[in-house]
Design a protein around this ligand. Structure first.
Ligand SMILES: [Zn+2]
Length: 254
């Protein structure tokens, strides 16, 4: 976590500009004691003394913290963006970064591989009920540009929810869109006996990740509502999404 409550004055403070001598600190969600972890080689953050007790104490990588902080700081410098907050508690959800972008309430969630599809779906439903437009972001990896890519289950879910788009974070407010297409594997012809082979088969787990446009999420994205949808073993609830504007309806599915 990047935020905590400072016990001496009750203020919400950020790990990156706070110092250990101002402690003790408490978790904003459960109120349990948290410790400021500061080091030269990693992002400052708060950690629970007893991590088992709090559901928001889930493991978080340094990469994830850096990403949240970059988005937060870049949004604060962007005109037309107000009420930017890190990890603001909103009942059952606590978006990594939240803000009003040109008046639209937006929650930005940077996906961790430890989250299940059920969790992502539950949070998406929560945001929908609150009228908050959610943007699920993933961290970009060079694996995407290889001929075959193996999306994780929740990555395929995001693809289905966002009308065939997944947004990968590059830096600050820059994200790149990818679309998954079927990947075909050639089954070699068995020339020396009988029939079979010599055709292409659609791979169940692999996709071709097609790189799309690069966007600034604050200036190029807008609110979009979508209706419940089910197909190819994927269920998408009614949702308020924050995504590229004027994108086509193509590419639904997983
Ligand atoms: Zn806690």
């Amino acid at each position: 976590m990047l935020t905590a409550r400072r016990k001496s004055d009750g203020q919400t403070v950020h790990a990156y500009d706070e110092s250990k001598r101002n402690g003790p600190f408490a978790c904003l969600i459960c109120g349990d004691p948290v410790i400021l972890k500061a080091g030269r080689n990693r992002q400052n953050h708060f950690a629970h003394e007893n991590p088992i007790a709090c559901k928001f104490a889930e493991g978080e990588t340094d990469e994830h913290r850096r990403c949240k902080l970059e988005i937060y700081e870049a949004l604060r410098k962007t005109p037309g963006v107000t009420k930017v907050a890190l990890e603001r508690p909103l009942g059952e959800v606590r978006p990594d970064v939240s803000a009003y972008i040109r008046g639209v309430p937006v929650a930005i969630e940077v996906q961790l591989s430890s989250l299940s599809v059920e969790t992502i779906m539950r949070r998406t439903i929560d945001y929908f009920r609150k009228g908050i437009y959610v943007l699920w972001l993933l961290q970009w990896t060079p694996k995407l540009d290889r001929p075959r890519y193996t999306p994780r289950i929740w990555e395929r879910w995001i693809h289905a929810a966002y009308f065939g788009h997944v947004y990968y974070w590059i830096e600050e407010l820059t994200v790149v869109s990818y679309h998954f297409e079927a990947s075909f594997q050639t089954v070699p012809k068995r020339s020396w006996y009988g029939s079979g082979g010599g055709y292409s088969r659609r791979s169940k787990q692999h996709r071709r990740a097609v790189r799309g446009r690069t966007f600034n999420l604050a200036t190029d994205f807008g609110p979009r509502r979508r209706e419940w949808w089910e197909g190819n073993g994927v269920k998408v609830p009614d949702a308020c999404l924050f995504m590229e504007r004027n994108s086509g309806q193509q590419g639904i599915g997983s």
